[in-house]
Write a protein that binds this ligand. Sequence first.
Ligand SMILES: C[S@@+](CC[C@H](N)C(=O)[O-])C[C@H]1O[C@@H](n2cnc3c(N)ncnc32)[C@H](O)[C@@H]1O
Length: 373
Amino acid sequence: MTQYPFLVPCLLGLEGLIAEELRGMGAAQVRAENGRVFFSGGLEIAARANIRSRFAERVQIVLGQFEARSFEELFQGAKALPWEEWLGQSDAFPVKGYSLHSGLFSVSDCQSILKKAVVERLKGVYRQDWFDETGPVHQIQFSIMKDKVTLVLDTSGVGLHKRGYRLQAGGAPLKETLAAALCHISKLRPYHTMYDPMCGSGTILIEGALMARNLAPGLRRNFSAERWDQIPRGIWREERELAEGLATEASQFLAFGSDVDPQAIAIAQENARRAGVGDCLRFTQAKLEDFSHPTERGTLITNPPYGERLLDAAQAEELTGLMGKLFSARRGWSYTILSPSETFEQTFGRKADARRKLYNGMLKCQAFMFYKS
Ligand SMILES: C[S@@+](CC[C@H](N)C(=O)[O-])C[C@H]1O[C@@H](n2cnc3c(N)ncnc32)[C@H](O)[C@@H]1O
């Protein structure tokens, strides 16, 4: 089967997890760099990664990479690529992208040069002067870093963190991909009892439940390349069936979420129901102050207010001190807390057993993990 080069953009800090995830899906030549992971594979791997990846932001087909320091080099480099392999006569092909530390810094100029180059290429191939672009969207994305141009076609459409279950978010929701990563690094297992006492819209618990049941996060949504003529429809159907077959519905997994805000609890309940995991999640309105250890063992993962979007800095600090008292070292219990605070451990009152650097959007955070009793 033909192998293609692919690129997966991701949140900073998740590259290693994605590389491991992609290898597990059968991807070859997996190579991680800052904020992106390259791999090669057949079209079925691209569909699989879209449907099953918990950590990737998108799956893109790499059309080409070349150096360009002038608009002429950009134009010629792009025109030389075989766009006709992916773009039909009536397909839509909008162009967007970014440039960093490069001679070609005007994004809008690069955008129009690239569009012109693709049109010129297609004019020659299809012998037509006008492209009405009424067909399925094939989003072209460019990145120029240190004068190196990468041109890709996006197969995902809406970012993969949008699983399709979150109609409503609370005040400061966590990206689903980051929530899934927190569950993964906390070594969440299907036989665990999970807790999030500041659960907001329930993202961490929902991602935990999807993981525990081996439910693919993309089963309830569509991807833009599903409408492309260039990828046989059967591939998507087969990959969906394969992913469905891997789910373990009869898991003993149970998770408990609470939040001080009753509206957040209503949203979390609705999101859990829409994600198809409502039956193994229990939500109640409660203050963190009332948290006790209701079970002998527990995996607690939480994303408290940082004192930026919610609460002020002093209140956030007070909450960290409170967590330190409540989340006592106990046999069978582990705690993972995501925080941007440089002084988190001092305020919490204990040194973490492990720490992991992660980015919540642009905000540099750490997952502080406590598991020793
Ligand atoms: C950053 S948000 C969590 C967002 C969540 N991870 C999500 O994806 O929607 C923090 C949550 O902590 C809750 N909270 C703040 N103070 C609390 C307290 N004392 N007890 C319980 N919940 C609290 C807020 O209502 C808010 O929903």
